[in-house]
Write a protein that binds this ligand. Structure first.
Ligand SMILES: [Zn+2]
Length: 147
């Protein structure tokens, strides 16, 4: 079980540099049939590696679902971020191939949906449960809203 804050902390600084270039195109929130709060979004990276604007950037489906809450909760703006355990997902290749999904899944913070569930020996040998830049952009959006 991990909070958004813990996932942010585990994420390497190289991805933090990139996440400013990701945009949340559309965001909606609600509750699942079981009553869990969720946010889902369409995200994209409007600029290519050379800093040029892409004509038609691919859009990814990015989501966060709350699966539990720590016992202690205080009324602050970012309570969602600090005290709620989440499961998250993104349909981008980075999330699948850099072991984000597998490592988050091992800690109960994701479901295996896009990847094959094998350890990311080459691209994430330290087995850190990190997020992709789209999820970081969505975390920022959630941080700025009261959910
Ligand atoms: Zn992503």
């Amino acid at each position: 079980m991990l909070t958004m804050r813990q996932i942010r902390k585990a994420t390497p600084s190289s991805i933090f540099g990139n996440h400013e270039y990701s945009r949340v195109v559309k965001m909606s929130r609600g509750r699942t049939k079981a009553g869990a709060r969720f946010v889902r979004a369409l995200t994209c990276s409007p600029w290519d590696n050379n800093g040029f604007r892409r004509a038609n950037p691919p859009q990814y489906s990015t989501s966060v679902v709350v699966v539990g809450t720590r016992a202690k909760k205080v009324a602050i703006k970012s309570a969602w971020l600090m005290f709620d355990y989440i499961k998250c997902s993104c349909s981008c290749p980075y999330f699948t191939f850099y072991g984000c999904e597998v490592e988050l899944w091992k800690r109960g913070a994701a479901d295996i949906y896009y990847s094959n569930g094998k350890d990311p020996i080459v691209r994430n040998p330290a087995e850190r449960p990190w997020a992709c830049k789209h999820l970081l952009a969505l975390f920022d959006k959630i941080d700025n809203h009261t959910l």
